[in-house]
Design a protein around this ligand. Structure first.
Ligand code: FAD
Length: 362
């Protein structure tokens, strides 16, 4: 009999399992996929580490989380500086002095600020995402860098999307192309798989095992990191997600786009971005691997990538959370168990807190 059955060998399940195993608990980790690592799983193609479920850049302001993850891999100095391709024109992201110079030829921060103020004036109470975006960054940035990208991401017109989706937009009046504001950032050299091999080294692991098909194992406690609505048989109806499809290609050229991340911001192009994986690790391989990302509406059987946290889904989630609270010896965690978008550092923090809480209660 195991102390803990952990459903899901993603980041939440694996950190939790590691922590409990270090405290002497017997843990079994199962996953319905054929590999560990959840959405961080990587694959080597032409000796290039390829992020199978979308690009994953580790970033955090939390020193304890950064120190923790560095126990399991060495990180490089990769800094995320995506660029936007709008109909062949290239702009730096996040919106900063380089972007404004390219758009308007403005050199001084005050000139760029005046330009934005002039274009955003007139909208006092934004009624939808379009008005919200224009009120924050003006019409030029909205038209070229936000509109098409956002409409592809959400599958709806910006005029039909609620304003709250973009409360703030990253705007910087410095010549700084670093996308994140965090103190710590990087990519594990050689990819994420090694982290999971080490996290799970003291646990039993069974792959290709879907908990919901037969609930096959018994343990004192079960940690569930899959979809909470699926766990309860969609009793209150399914929660909504956005999904993605990935199209990966190997190209016989050493450098396809000169950057790891290029966003395609025009509505004319069906994909939202192209990832060129080798640039995450400054790769010098003779070939290159690229992945195009196409957003789509989630349907049963697709990977649920982004929760759609609008009022009706959040209300539905609360009903599931109430049921979950009544389940004896069950813990729901991770992004799917709690129906939230979580960055990796948040998942690690929550798994560490959850394991700490559980060892105090035992
Ligand atoms: P998951 O990784 O989804 O793990 C859950 C696991 O449970 C899966 O392996 C699944 O197969 C398994 N499972 C589910 N149901 C069952 C079942 N019934 N039986 C058995 N197993 C089951 N974060 C960052 O910090 N930086 C980034 O750059 C970044 N990029 C991202 C890009 C994309 C496209 C997406 C979608 C997310 C990104 N994230 C990023 C967030 C990051 O992916 C998550 O924080 C992290 O993967 C969450 O870990 P998890 O363990 O909660 O979930």
């Amino acid at each position: 009999m195991y102390d803990y059955l952990i459903v899901g060998a993603g980041l939440f399940g694996s950190v939790f399992a590691r922590e409990m195993a270090e405290r002497g608990k017997k843990c079994l980790v199962i996953d319905k996929r054929g590999h560990v690592g959840g959405n961080l799983s990587c694959e080597k193609i032409e000796n290039i580490t390829t992020h199978k479920y979308g690009a994953h850049i580790f970033h955090t302001n939390d020193k304890a989380v950064w120190d923790y993850i560095n126990r399991f891999a060495e990180f490089n100095r990769y800094t995320n500086s995506p660029v936007a391709n709008y109909k062949g024109e290239i702009y730096n992201l996040p919106f900063n002095m380089n972007t404004f110079y390219k758009l308007w030829g403005t050199v001084a921060p005050d000139d760029a600020k005046r330009m934005i103020e002039r274009q955003s004036a007139g909208i006092k109470e934004p009624k939808n995402l379009e008005e919200q975006a224009i009120s924050l960054v003006g019409t030029d940035i909205y038209e070229k860098l936000i509109k098409g990208y956002t409409e592809k991401q959400w599958g709806r017109k910006c005029k039909d999307l609620p304003a709250f989706i973009i409360k703030r937009l990253p705007v910087r009046f410095t010549y700084d192309n670093n996308y994140f504001n965090d103190r710590f950032q990087g990519i594990p050299i050689g990819g994420y798989n090694q982290i999971f091999e080490k996290l799970l080294e003291k646990c039993d692991v069974r792959l290709n095992t879907d908990y919901l098909e037969s609930r096959p194992f018994k343990a004192e406690k079960t940690v569930y990191t899959g979809m909470i609505d699926e766990f309860f048989g969609y009793r209150f109806g399914p929660l909504e997600y956005r999904s993605l499809s990935f199209e990966t290609q190997t190209l016989d050229t050493p450098n396809f786009q000169g950057n790891a991340v290029v966003n395609y911001t025009s509505g004319d192009v069906a994909y939202t971005r192209i990832i060129e994986h080798k640039h995450f690790e400054f790769g010098q391989q003779p070939k290159t691997v690229i992945t195009r990302e196409y957003p789509k509406t989630w349907q049963k059987g697709d990977e649920p990538y982004y929760p759609v946290n609008n009022d009706s889904n959040n209300e539905r989630y609360e009903k599931y959370a109430e049921l979950a609270a009544g389940e004896k010896n069950m813990i729901f965690g991770g992004r799917l168990g709690s129906y939230r978008y979580l960055d990796m550092w948040q998942v690690i923090k929550e798994a560490l807190e959850m394991s700490e809480k559980n060892s105090r209660n035992n």
